[in-house]
Design a protein around this ligand. Structure first.
Ligand SMILES: Cc1cc2nc3c(=O)[nH]c(=O)nc-3n(C[C@H](O)[C@H](O)[C@H](O)COP(=O)(O)OP(=O)(O)OC[C@H]3O[C@@H](n4cnc5c(N)ncnc54)[C@H](O)[C@@H]3O)c2cc1C
Length: 247
């Protein structure tokens, strides 16, 4: 067990980057140590700092996992401040992590159907929720319907994991990835759904027989997608909960 953590302030602790995977030029998975005593619920986020700048990151990993897995999109300068700095880090470098996880974007245990809608990195909290549910071998009759939108196929990143769950637990997980730019050369091999994820939500609700009595809608990712889904589904009486990564 490594012991490279160093206490800094009562609010946060310096932790080590233990693993990094660059998935595309603008997307990476990063694993950092947990601060001492760090406990979170699937769907919550942590606060990571570097050179005095802190940002919120939803946690990909489930609570039982040793490290915190993050999935980060690079926001190029001059807009992005933190992400260009974290892109320059390597395994063994240190970042800070606040002791307290935050957020109320967690599973609603009162209803059984969970329709999880995301664009690109918005998939993060759902991975944690599903990993945790499977790890605990929960028997709540939950069903997870995941609709995931991206411009390019290499932005899905957790597709193999989700397809694996859908195959192994077909009564628990159904995964619907869709590409919004099917005609671009990077997407020529794509044979799945085409169009923006928010344009499919209504037909999926109809096809899957989801009702406002048995289904919670979760939206995470692009603010335009979130607004559009809420505009469509709130008037139908659906409970729509959201996590905004940016405004
Ligand atoms: C609760 C919460 C959870 C979050 N979880 C994640 C996560 O899991 N993964 C992740 O990559 N980011 C996540 N974010 C966003 C993250 O906190 C940073 O804002 C982001 O990484 C950009 O940091 P930055 O300092 O480079 O740019 P910032 O100074 O934070 O943002 C600059 C501008 O870039 C735009 N922007 C920010 N993020 C994006 C984006 N992903 N795509 C396009 N434009 C963007 C916004 O318009 C913003 O005004 C989360 C934010 C919140 C509030």
């Amino acid at each position: 067990m490594r012991n490279s953590k160093r206490f800094i302030t009562p609010k946060f602790q310096e932790v080590e980057i233990v693993h990094r995977e660059d998935v595309t030029a603008d997307l990476m998975k990063l694993w950092v140590e947990k601060p001492d005593g760090f406990q979170f619920k699937p769907g919550q986020y942590c606060t990571i700092g570097l050179n005095g700048v802190e940002r919120a990151y939803s946690i990909v990993s489930a609570p039982h996992e040793e490290n915190l897995e993050l999935f980060v999109e690079l926001v190029h300068p001059p807009d992005g401040v933190f992400t260009p700095m974290i892109w320059d880090t390597v395994v063994g470098d240190k970042v800070t992590c606040r002791f307290k996880p935050k957020g109320i974007f967690i599973l609603n245990n009162q209803l059984t159907n969970h329709f999880l809608i995301a664009t690109v990195t918005g998939i993060v909290p759902y991975i944690s929720m599903i990993r945790d549910y499977i790890h605990k071998n929960e028997d709540k009759n939950f069903k997870f319907f995941i609709a995931h939108g991206a411009s390019y196929i290499d932005e899905f990143v957790y597709d193999l994991e989700l397809e694996g769950y859908a195959k192994k637990y077909p009564d628990l997980v159904q995964y619907f990835p869709t590409i919004s730019r099917p005609n671009e050369s990077k997407n020529v091999s794509w044979i799945g759904l085409k169009g923006r994820v928010n344009d499919f939500t209504q037909s999926m609700i109809n096809d899957l027989n989801l009702t406002n009595q048995d289904t919670v809608i979760y939206v995470c990712g692009h603010p335009g997608m979130i607004e559009n889904v809420k505009e469509k589904l709130n008037p139908q009486g659906f409970k729509v909960v959201e996590e905004r990564f940016w405004k």
